[in-house]
Design a protein around this ligand. Sequence first.
Ligand SMILES: Cc1cc2nc3c(=O)[nH]c(=O)nc-3n(C[C@H](O)[C@H](O)[C@H](O)COP(=O)(O)OP(=O)(O)OC[C@H]3O[C@@H](n4cnc5c(N)ncnc54)[C@H](O)[C@@H]3O)c2cc1C
Length: 423
Amino acid sequence: MREACDLVVVGAGPGGLAAACHAAEAGLSVLVLDPQSQPGGQVWRGEARKRENRLARRWLDRFAASGARFRPGARVVAAPEPGLLLVEEGTSSLAVRYGRAVLATGARERFLPFPGWTLPGVLGVSGLQVLVKDGLPVRGKRVVLAGTGPLLLAAAATLHRHGAEVLFIAEQAPAARHWGFALQLWRHPGKLLQGAALAASLVGIPTATDAWVVAAEGEARVERVRLSVRGHEETLPCDYLGAAYGLVPNLELAKLLGCEVASGAVVVDERLETRVKGVHAVGELLGIGGVDQALVTGELVGHVAAGKPVPTGLERSWRAVRTFADQLARHDAPREELRRLATPETLVCRCEDVPLQALDGCRDLREARLYARLGMGACQGRTCGAAAEVLFGWTGEDVRPPCLPARIGSLRLPSPPPHTRAS
Ligand SMILES: Cc1cc2nc3c(=O)[nH]c(=O)nc-3n(C[C@H](O)[C@H](O)[C@H](O)COP(=O)(O)OP(=O)(O)OC[C@H]3O[C@@H](n4cnc5c(N)ncnc54)[C@H](O)[C@@H]3O)c2cc1C
């Protein structure tokens, strides 16, 4: 199948939705692609059905009325030439010709290996939260959460609300860094209120800074977790461990399109245009900044795509959310000790079963791929690539198509319908 549009938006999270709404309301033909069955991205997952979150409801209703077309179950897997994307939709494929593109592919959790991190029952912090939001029953289950930043508290609040017994929240950041970050929040009143509400909902749950998981232990699944808490080791029995250290942007498609990436984020100008003409980036691709950043940047690009002047208020908001993103990046930076938790036998790449010791002697990601098969499995290095960056300072290589695992058929340009072929 083939589709054509003025603006293609890849990713239907808050960033993509805000861009799509503005552009479609201005009369552009807008196509939004996302593998999920409903728009909303990570943070508003399931909101199209549940309608509990007022902000999500407002944007999802606006999107539904905007005239933008949404294709669920659509994953962009390749970009064979400028202005063309190849999309996999279940067992069929689609070629999309576009005038302008907005990349809004969001972020994923950063996993750092420690002994036992691949045991059943050990999940990401937000991953566990998402499963619970999608119906995983946790009532009465003992849960330990370890990670960093506001998402740790958000996950704890969700689990607590669903009846889990949250035994401990381990924040890796040193106390000075953590409280310094909290004190800066007066500059972002919305975040301050959210943080205060989360903290209030978690009163009574033991929480510590300078705390991280040393190991998860158990036979068939996690049974207990060993934690380092301000220099002392503690062991807690548990049914689930959520452990991940912040988020990293999903940069694969941006790299595939040739966009420049620096310091782990897509490089953009003041119109949020990447170095590739007509291709913009929004939301987490600009550096992890949360929902507000996604909405502000999406709105800004929507104005640019529609050829409308960007309101000064929006530019001011963009500067404010950038400041928050910089503060968050400093807060969430993994501490040195987290680099030394894996033993020689600990798997770094769980798709290809690559232990730490197999990487001895590798000088970069390329050698680790060639000699040890790091990142050669189903996730294509999405998990171990981010870990290798923290562990060894290896930064990602160029991305080759497909940017997500895909069927061969999805990489072929679909033939035009018979009546449009030259006779
Ligand atoms: C697992 C997880 C849970 C989170 N939970 C919360 C929470 O509870 N509260 C909170 O405040 N923040 C949460 N966050 C952070 C939140 O996602 C971001 O702050 C915010 O949603 C960013 O918006 P975005 O539009 O940039 O990206 P996202 O909302 O992440 O949306 C990106 C979208 O792009 C799609 N996509 C990615 N690659 C492709 C591709 N190749 N082709 C097509 N579509 C693609 C994804 O399916 C996704 O729907 C969570 C993040 C993660 C990773």
